[in-house]
Design a protein around this ligand. Structure first.
Ligand SMILES: *[C@@H]1O[C@H](CO)[C@@H](O)[C@H](O)[C@H]1NC(C)=O
Ligand SMILES: *[C@@H]1O[C@H](CO)[C@@H](O)[C@H](O)[C@H]1NC(C)=O
Ligand SMILES: *[C@@H]1O[C@H](CO)[C@@H](O)[C@H](O)[C@H]1NC(C)=O
Ligand SMILES: *[C@@H]1O[C@H](CO)[C@@H](O)[C@H](O)[C@H]1NC(C)=O
Ligand SMILES: *[C@@H]1O[C@H](CO)[C@@H](O)[C@H](O)[C@H]1NC(C)=O
Ligand SMILES: *[C@@H]1O[C@H](CO)[C@@H](O)[C@H](O)[C@H]1NC(C)=O
Ligand SMILES: [Ca+2]
Length: 526
């Protein structure tokens, strides 16, 4: 018996070291676009401490994997490259999983690669999008078309091809299916892939896509312009937002049947801000000036251009505590937006963002630098080959209006019906997440295995129901439709379950049936 155990242990050690050998001696010469390959093997549980401008991963919780760090040649004529990594777990689940990058990207998304990817057995990859930068800093774009095109679509697409080839070479067999996970600009990258390269992925989980850039970016500046100048009668400070938020909860928190500090459906709230209007001689810090009421209305109204063409959906009720971040209630605007016009559209480093006008907005839309935008909601080629996509957005998103996801879902649905015999509902589902801010966090249940969720906190179960990534795999590989997801709220977002909630495919909502309000079984999708 002891001998048998010893043999088993010895065998498993030999196997592990076989992978280690395979890793350390791996050559990628046959994959032409790979340059500067560096290899590191991490044994199970060893200390991983890697950092990029975009993400830092420090953990000892990963299974054994082979880390390939390399550049992909994105433009043979100029020699342009994009930094990329592919992490190959010994215990491969035969699937490939690519991760997107938010903001301007600018570094490999290590956190998701490790916690969302390799830890679940995926061969996981991600790129820096073709440049190194802080995620909000767009100065790299100035007169740098090569980098702009890499950011727009090229780096991700070529990293998919390269990663598929490298994984096949490493494991000695092809991957079974390929997946993508991304939020914000990462969501845009996912949409780009589905429309431009429908064969790149079989299933995607994408959140709050920054698309179309040319219309979303001016919305963020518009918000600042509506508020400015700082401390004027129309300015709404962070403290004032807090006051407004409390009043919204006072009027509407209970409408969904639970006083849990957030709105399950902001559209069900018929908020009356005028109840906060200042009366004669009232302390202005405790009420809203008539100009602030006007600001409020503008921020919660669809943003259209002078000819009434749609540019962006507005803020929705409930996210006010974060409206002060990222530029709206700060003297300087959302840096990404200012940089987009300075370094991608006008090429004018002295451009004054307060002079944003209709001509400049149209110039950005028409120029579409690096083919960043996806203007035609055409997923028919992706759907026709069986592709599945789960889109999610927080109702309290402070950076990209959740209404834009709803509109995009509606646009894709209409386009698919008009141009094909495909049923879009069999390929595409939208999940609105009550109370969730941009991609994660918020007072609500927001953890459901989407991009970075495992990286940002604990995770309840790996089954499809609790895990958006596992659910898209079930959908793609076994045809099990995703009709509900369960999201978890952890105590202080760190440990211990506070409550669980159902997330329902839009336009359904999770309706509270009574009973234990902390348990998802007390809710029903309707
Ligand atoms: C992780 O690496 C960084 C450098 O990238 C280093 O500054 C830091 O001390 C390391 N952390 C630990 C715990 O070793
Ligand atoms: C800014 O530079 C880009 C090339 O990087 C060019 O395509 C664009 O037309 C320029 N914009 C203007 C307003 O000249
Ligand atoms: C792997 O896929 C490639 C095409 O992507 C194909 O040419 C090759 O035959 C496949 N290999 C195996 C072993 O199936
Ligand atoms: C706005 O008011 C705050 C609080 O009184 C003050 O600290 C800040 O300097 C003011 N900012 C401007 C630009 O006037
Ligand atoms: C709009 O802004 C651009 C760039 O700042 C400027 O060149 C142009 O004169 C402005 N157009 C109008 C009509 O104000
Ligand atoms: C949650 O965090 C708050 C503030 O940091 C702290 O006061 C509280 O004790 C924490 N609660 C738990 C259960 O850890
Ligand atoms: Ca509530």
């Amino acid at each position: 018996m002891i001998a048998l155990l010893a043999l088993l242990v010895a065998t498993s050690l030999t196997r592990a070291s076989a992978w280690e050998q395979q890793c350390r001696s791996f050559r990628a010469d046959s994959v032409a676009i790979i340059k500067n390959l560096e290899i590191t093997y991490y044994r199970a549980g060893s200390f991983v401490n890697v950092t990029s401008p975009w993400s830092t991963l420090t953990t000892s919780d990963l299974p054994a994997f082979c880390r390939l760090k390399f550049d992909i040649l994105t433009n043979p004529e100029t020699g342009k490259t994009a930094g990329t990594e592919l992490w190959l777990p010994d215990g491969w689940n035969t699937r490939i999983l690519g991760f997107g990058g938010g903001g301007w990207s600018g570094g490999v998304p290590f956190g998701p690669l490790g916690m969302d990817g390799v830890a679940q057995g995926y061969a996981s990859f991600g790129t820096d999008g073709g440049h190194i930068s802080d995620w909000l800093d767009g100065r790299w774009g100035l007169n740098n078309d090569d980098a702009i095109v890499d950011f727009g679509y090229r780096a991700v697409h070529l990293s998919v091809d390269a990663s598929k080839s490298l994984a096949a070479l490493y494991y000695g067999k092809n991957h079974s299916k390929s997946y993508f996970s991304g939020c914000s600009n990462g969501g845009r990258q996912g949409i780009k892939s589905m429309t431009k390269y429908p064969e790149d992925f079989d299933g995607l989980v994408i959140g709050s896509p920054a698309n179309p850039f040319g219309k979303w970016i001016p919305w963020t500046l518009h918000q600042s312009l509506v508020m400015q100048p700082v401390n004027s009668t129309r300015w709404i400070s962070v403290d004032t937002w807090t006051m407004i938020h409390k009043e919204i909860l006072r009027q509407c928190d209970a409408l969904d049947g639970i006083l849990d500090g957030y709105l399950h459906d902001p559209n069900a709230c018929n908020f009356r801000p005028e109840l906060l209007a200042c009366r004669a001689n009232q302390d202005p810090s405790t009420c809203l000036h008539v100009d602030q009421l006007e600001t409020f209305r503008k921020l919660y109204t669809t943003y259209v251009d002078a000819a009434q063409n749609y540019l962006s959906a507005p803020y929705y009720l409930g996210g006010e505590l974060l409206w002060g971040t990222h530029g709206v209630s700060t003297p300087t605007p959302w840096l990404m937006a200012e940089h987009y016009y300075k370094y991608f559209v006008l090429n004018d480093t002295n451009w004054d963002w307060t002079t944003l006008n209709a001509t400049t907005i149209q110039l950005g839309i028409d120029l579409n630098p690096g083919d960043i935008d996806i203007n035609i909601p055409d997923l028919t080629a992706f759907f026709a080959r069986g592709g599945k996509v789960i889109l999610y957005t927080g109702w309290s998103d402070e950076l990209i209006s959740p209404g834009d996801s709803i509109k995009w879902h509606a646009d894709v649905t209409a386009y698919t019906r008009a141009h094909s015999d495909l049923d879009p509902d069999e390929h595409f589902k939208l999940f609105m997440v009550p109370g969730m801010t941009h991609c994660a966090f918020g007072p609500s249940a927001w953890s459901f295995g989407a991009n970075e969720h495992r990286f940002r906190g604990p995770h309840l179960h790996n089954e499809a129901r609790y895990d958006a990534q596992a659910s898209v795999v079930e959908w793609v590989e076994n045809g099990h439709e995703v009709d509900v997801l369960v999201a978890t709220k952890y105590i202080n977002d760190t440990g211990g379950i506070a409550f669980t909630r159902k997330l329902c495919p839009y336009p359904q909502r999770a309706v509270f049936l009574g009973g234990d309000e902390n348990c998802e079984t007390s809710f029903e999708c309707r």
